[in-house]
Design a protein around this ligand. Structure first.
Ligand code: F6P
Length: 373
């Protein structure tokens, strides 16, 4: 019986449930042996801040055992730390003139992993992280991906963990906004996360009973939003709840955001569509008071709800089993009621976006929610 080593890391934006995955991996590695297991023993190490822990000198690696992960399914964030900048294929380096460029350090990292005696890697992350997994798998690394993102925008899994927690947080916010909106006869705009996919907005708008839901997949006509608002008022009295995803845009318009200027950050930092919408509605002639709230990173923080703890645990256990079985180059995915393996190439091929003609949009329209289309 050989002692083998698997390295676990978390990449991209954090997400409730990351720690539950880590716990699932470590606990599964410690069970000896469940039916069908190969006879190797596995020790689990954690790489700090995505792949940075291997790439940095000195390396930042932690031992993970059953004691370390005790009770971790409750805890938000990630005990390993994470980053959504850079990575082994695009490591930021400062030039002499103060500008930054990126270099490919993947080969160097693979050599280092070999030297460290790492037999396999489990990469817990979203689409960007799984693209890195794919690149490393192509170079021969034994790697298994675990999908995470509150946005639920990975197409090959029914759900990513963290999504339902984010939806619950948004729904709780709508519940609270309804009472103050009704008391003041106000229009309330709630800006939620969702860069390319409007799943959080759509689910929470239905759950919270919102009147308008604006998502990236359906550019909106401001006049239709205005008409819905007026329909919700009888002269002065009434209120209206609008849920808008950060990536939503008016017809013929663009997303609202700014460059962060942060080294290695490859996205526009979205934010401000709620404020912009309030201004546009005023300009379009809406006379009612309008307020907006940006939930921001509150949606990613705190403890995962039970559904996400269960899903994250299933992903962790299954990912470790893929390692035990030598099923590399795959991402674990939830296909109700099973957790299956999807080749990484397929896993990152396309995003999971809300189809404007989908059943859930139909349901939302069936309860009177306006999309502005
Ligand atoms: O990918 C999840 C997400 O929450 C997006 O919806 C959002 O645009 C992004 O992360 C924000 O990430 P950060 O501000 O942490 O870079």
């Amino acid at each position: 019986m050989a002692l083998k080593r698997v390295m676990v890391l978390t990449g991209g934006g954090d997400c409730p449930g990351l720690n539950a995955v880590i716990r699932g991996i470590v606990k599964r590695a410690a069970q000896k042996p469940l039916s069908g297991d190969a006879s190797d023993d596995w020790e689990v190490i954690g790489c700090v801040e995505s792949f940075n822990g291997v790439l940095r000198e000195p390396t930042e690696i932690v031992m993970l055992d059953e004691k370390t992960v005790e009770g971790l399914q409750i805890q938000g964030g990630t005990i390993l730390g994470t980053t959504n900048k850079g990575g082994p294929f695009a490591w930021p380096v400062k030039n002499g003139d103060g500008t930054w460029t990126t270099v490919d350090r993947s080969d160097e990292m693979l050599r280092k992993l070999q030297y460290m005696g790492v037999d396999a890697v489990i990469n817990i992350g979203g689409d960007g992280s799984q693209r890195i997994s794919l690149g490393l798998a192509k170079k021969g690394l034994n790697i298994v991906g675990v999908p995470k993102t509150i946005d639920n925008d990975l197409s090959m899994t029914d759900y990513t963990f963290g999504f339902q927690t984010a939806v619950q947080i948004c729904t709780d916010a709508i519940d609270k906004l309804v009472t103050t909106a009704a008391s003041h006869n106000r229009v309330f705009i709630l800006e939620v996360m969702g860069r390319d996919a409007g799943w959080i907005a759509l689910h929470s708008a239905i759950a919270g009973g919102a009147d308008v839901c604006l998502i990236p997949e359906i550019p909106y006509d401001i006049e239709k939003v205005k008409a819905k608002i007026e329909q919700r008022y009888n002269k002065r009295r009434g209120y209206c709840i609008i849920v808008v995803a950060e990536g939503a845009m008016p017809k013929g318009g663009t997303v609202t955001g700014s460059e962060t200027g942060e080294v290695g950050y490859q996205h526009v930092k979205l934010g401000g569509v709620g404020e912009q919408l309030a201004a546009d509605l005023k300009a379009a002639g809406v006379e009612h008071d309008i307020r907006y709230t940006i939930l921001g990173h509150l949606q990613r923080g705190g403890t995962p709800i039970a559904f996400d703890r269960v899903l994250a645990t299933e992903f962790g256990v299954r990912a470790m089993e893929f390692v035990i079985e030598g099923r590399y180059g795959q991402m674990v995915a939830y296909h109700h009621p099973d957790v299956v393996g999807i080749p990484l190439e397929e896993a990152v091929r396309e995003q999971n976006l809300v189809a404007p003609d989908s059943r859930l949009v139909h349901t939302a329209k069936g309860v009177g929610i306006e999309f502005g289309d």
